[in-house]
Design a binder for this molecule. Structure first.
Ligand SMILES: *[C@@H]1O[C@H](CO)[C@@H](O)[C@H](O)[C@H]1NC(C)=O
Length: 249
C-alpha cells in the first residue's frame, strides 16, 4: 500500500519521467490469484484501442500493419522458388481476441494465444522459379487471405533500472501463425497470360500449404515484432510496478 501511494506521489513530482498506463489498459495485480483471467479480460478490452495507435505512447496504428518486405526462398537455386512481397499491408489485427495468457513471473516468460478470425495480406509480389515442379514467374498484386487464425506469441523479458524505477523490456519474441486455410491469389502471373495465371492460382490454392508454409514464419515474425514494440513503447514510460502492481490501490 505504502509503495503504491509513494508511486502515485512520485508521478506528480516526475510527471514527465514516468507515466501511468494509458486509460484503456487496466492493470492486474500480481497478487491476484486469478491474475491470468484478469489479463484476458483487460487485454481484450484494450485491443481495439491499441490497434488504432496512440501517438502519446509512440504506438502506431497496426490495422493495417505495414510490412516493407517479405522474402521467401525455398529449395536449391535451380529448382527453387523465390517470392518477394513488397509494400505489404496486413489487415485484421483489430479482430484479434486473446484466448489464453500465461504469465510466468519466475521464469520471466510470458505467452499468449490469440484468435484472429480474418487476416488479409495485400501487396506487390515478384515470383520466379518452380512451384510444385511447375515453372512460375510473374509480378503484380498478391492477396493472401488467412481465415480462423490462431497466433501464439511468447517472449522473455528483463527488468531495466531507469532512475528510480524498473522497466519491463521484452526480448526474443516468437510468434507462430496457424490459419485453418489461406486463400492465395497472384495477379498478372506469366506476364498477364490469363489462362496460365488462373490455372496456376488454382493449383496454388489446392496446395496452399506448400506456398504458405514458407511465408507463415515471416508473417508471424512481423506480428511478433510489432506486438513487442507496442509493449516496449508503453513499458519504457510506464514502470513495471505500475503495469504489474503487487496490489491494486
Ligand atoms: C482477397 O481475397 C479474398 C479471398 O479470396 C477476397 O474475398 C477479397 O475480396 C480479396 N481482396 C482483394 C483486395 O483483392
Amino acid at each position: 500500500m505504502l509503495a503504491v501511494s509513494w508511486i502515485v506521489v512520485s508521478f506528480a513530482a516526475a510527471a514527465l519521467a514516468v507515466r501511468p498506463l494509458p486509460p484503456y489498459i487496466k492493470p492486474c495485480a500480481r497478487s491476484d490469484p486469478k491474475f491470468n483471467d484478469c489479463t484476458l479480460q483487460h487485454g481484450n478490452e484494450a485491443i481495439p484501442y491499441i490497434v488504432k495507435g496512440d501517438s502519446s505512447y509512440d504506438i502506431t496504428n497496426v490495422d493495417p500493419m505495414a510490412i516493407k518486405v517479405i522474402d521467401v526462398k525455398n529449395g536449391p537455386k535451380q529448382a527453387g522458388l523465390h517470392l518477394t512481397l513488397r509494400d505489404v499491408k496486413l489487415h485484421g489485427l483489430r479482430t484479434a481476441v486473446l484466448l489464453k495468457s500465461d504469465f510466468n513471473f519466475k521464469k520471466r516468460h510470458f505467452s499468449h494465444d490469440f484468435s484472429i478470425p480474418l487476416l488479409k495480406l495485400l501487396g506487390k509480389y515478384t515470383i520466379s522459379g518452380r512451384l510444385l515442379l511447375l515453372p512460375i514467374h510473374g509480378n503484380g498484386d498478391i492477396n493472401v487471405t488467412m481465415v480462423n487464425n490462431i497466433v501464439t506469441y511468447s517472449y522473455d523479458w528483463v527488468l531495466e533500472q531507469k532512475g528510480e524505477y524498473k522497466h519491463l523490456l521484452l526480448k526474443d519474441p516468437v510468434a507462430v501463425i496457424k490459419p485453418s486455410k489461406a486463400y492465395i491469389h497472384l495477379s498478372n502471373l506469366f506476364d498477364g497470360d490469363r489462362f496460365m495465371g488462373e490455372r496456376l492460382n488454382e493449383i496454388i490454392n489446392d496446395n496452399w500449404q506448400d506456398l504458405f508454409r514458407d511465408m507463415a514464419p515471416k508473417i508471424a515474425h512481423e506480428i511478433a515484432v510489432v506486438i513487442s514494440s507496442i509493449v516496449n513503447n508503453i513499458a519504457k514510460d510506464v514502470p513495471y510496478d505500475v503495469i504489474f502492481p503487487e496490489r491494486l490501490p
